[in-house]
Design a protein around this ligand. Sequence first.
Ligand code: NDP
Length: 615
Amino acid sequence: MPSRKFADGEVVRGRWPGSSLYYEVEILSHDSNSQLYTVKYKDGTELELKENDIKPLTSFRQRKGGSTSSSPSRRRGSRSRSRSRSPGRLPKGARRSASASHQADIKEARREVEVKLTPLVLKPFGNSISRYNGEPEHIERNDVPRKNTQEKFNLSQESSYISTQYRLRPRREEIRLKEMDSKEEKFVTKELAVRTFEVTPIQAKDLEFGGVPGVFLIMFGLPVFLFLLLLMCKQKDPSLLNFPPPLPALYELWETRVFGVYLLWFLIQALFYLLPVGKVVEGMPLIDGRRLKYRLNGFYAFILTFAVIGTCLFQGVEFHYVYRHFLQFALAATVFCVVLSVYLYMRSLKAPRKDLSPASSGNAVYDFFIGRELNPRIGTFDLKYFCELRPGLIGWVVINLVMLLAEMKIQSRAVPSLAMILVNSFQLLYVVDALWNEEAVLTTMDIIHDGFGFMLAFGDLVWVPFIYSFQAFYLVSHPNEVSWPMASLMIVLKLCGYIIFRGANSQKNAFRKNPSDPKLSHLKTIHTSTGKNLLVSGWWGFVRHPNYLGDLIMALAWSLPCGFNHILPYFYVVYFTMLLVHREARDEYQCKKKYGVAWEKYCQRVPYRIFPYIY
Ligand code: NDP
C-alpha cells in the first residue's frame, strides 16, 4: 500500500492551489487512490491537495518572526474584504524578511494568481466532511479503509476537478511559480539555518533537571552520594541506621598510581576502538543533513579485553588490587570525568553552531552539565560514542569479575557463591547484549539529543561501572546463600525482563531502519508529519516504553540474589526506576514536540507509559 506522510487531524501548512503560499490547515482525510489529502482551512474552506503541496508546521515555525499562521480569511479581513478567496499574500514573516526582488516577483505572480485562479474553492465534499470524527480512522497501516461508494465517487470527481485546474495553468505561469517556489524554499531553508544556529538558547522553562540549580546540585550531589554508598557498603553492618559511614582519610581516597592504571585502561579501550575491524554504519541525520560514520567494533573490544585479562590472570596478575583500591579507582574515574567535561566544554566554545546539541541552552552551567557539542570528535574518534559503551560498560564487567575473585579470596571459597554467579551472569548478558546490538545506541536520546558534557561523562565513566557493580561489591562482604529453586525464579524473572527489553528495542530499531520491513508488516502504525511513523501495536502497543519495563524487571532480578537483609542492594532498582520515569517524561516531551497530534493519538491508543494498568 502506498504510504502517506501526514495523519488525519494533523495541523500542517497547505499550499493554496495555484499560488506558492501556505496556510494552516487540518488534514481531514486521505484518499489512497487519488493520493489526495482533504484539508480544511481555518475559515472552513475544504480542498483536496497533493502531498507535495503540504508541509509540516515546523518548517514554517522556524522562520524569523514566526508569524505565518493565518487563515486566508483572517488575512483577507485585515486588508480588503472584497478580495478574491485566493490568498495571494505572503505570510507576514516572509514578507518582512524577503529581499526586495523576491517581493517584486511575488507581487507580480500574485497578480497573476489572483486573476487566473479563482474557482478552486470547492464546496465541502458532503460525506467527506462528516467522515472526520477526530478518530484515526485511516491512519493505521493495517486498517481496511471504510469508505462507501458515494464517497469514492465524490472524491474522484473532486480530484479530477483539481487536476484539471492544475493542468489548465499556463506554462509561463507554471515556470514562474516553480521559480517562486524554489526561491521560497531557499529562503525558508536559510531562515531555518539562521534560527537553528542563532537562536539556540532555550527558554528557562524548557531546561530539564530543575534548570541551573538542579544541575548544580546533581553535579555536586551525585559524586558525594556515590562515595557515601560505597562507604556504606564497606561497613560490616550496612544498615541505614549506621548512616553516615565513617569518612576515610585522604590517602584512602587518592593514589596517583591508581589514576595511572585508570588512564591506562582508558587508553587501551581507545586503542581497541580505533582498530579497523567491524562494520562502519551511518548515524541518524544531523540538523544539516549530514550523517556521521561509526565503526561497530564494541563486541570485538570486549573479546579482546577479556583475552588480555585472561592472559593476565594466567600470568598471575593480582586483580585483588582493584578491590583493595576500589574507592581510589572511583575517585580517579571522577577526576578524569571532571577533566574531560572541562575539555569538552572548552572545545565546544569553538564548535560551529551547527554542531551544538539541541539540548544546549546558552547557560554555561547548564551546558557544562548537559553538554554543548552534540558529537565532539577528534578526527574520526567520536568521544561520546566511545564513552557510551566502552570504558564504563566493559569496565563494569571487569569490576564484577574482580568482585567474584575477591569473594572467593575473602570468604575462602573454592568456587564463587551462587548469588555472585547469578549477579555476574545476569549483568554479563546485559553488557554483551548492548555491545552485540551496538548500532542501537545510535538512535538513543544520548546520541541524538543530549550533548556530551558532565552528565553523560559521569554517567558512562563513573556511575555505570561503580554503581551498577554494586550488587557484586555488596556480596563480597555480605554473603547470601541462594537456593536453587529461588535461583530458578530469579532466572525466569531475568529472562522475562530480557525478552521484553530486547524484543521492544529490536522491534523499534528494525522499524526505524526499514519501516517497510516485511517482518513488521503485521504491526499497526500511526503516520506523523515528520515522515517517521509510530508503532502502535506489538511491544509498542503494550505500553509506551516497553523497553524500560523490561530493563526494570531485569534490575530487580539483579538485586534479588543479595537477599533481603539490607535495603542497600535494592538501591539500584529504586534509582533506576526514578531514572527511567524521568527519562520517559523527557522523551514524551520531545516526542510531543516532534509529532504533535500524532503523538497525542498514540497516547490515547496506548495509555500506559511503563507499567501496564499502573503508570
Ligand atoms: P528509547 O529506545 O526508548 O527511544 C525513545 C525514542 O523511540 C523516541 O524518542 C522515539 O524516537 C522512538 N519511539 C517512541 N515511541 C515509538 C513508537 N511507538 N514507535 C516507534 N518509535 C518510537 O530511548 P532510550 O534511549 O531512553 O533507551 C534505549 C534503551 O536503553 C532502553 O532499553 C533503556 O531501558 C536503556 N537505558 C538504559 C540505561 C541504563 O543505565 N542501563 C539508561 C538509559 C536507557 P524517534 O521517533 O525519533 O525515533
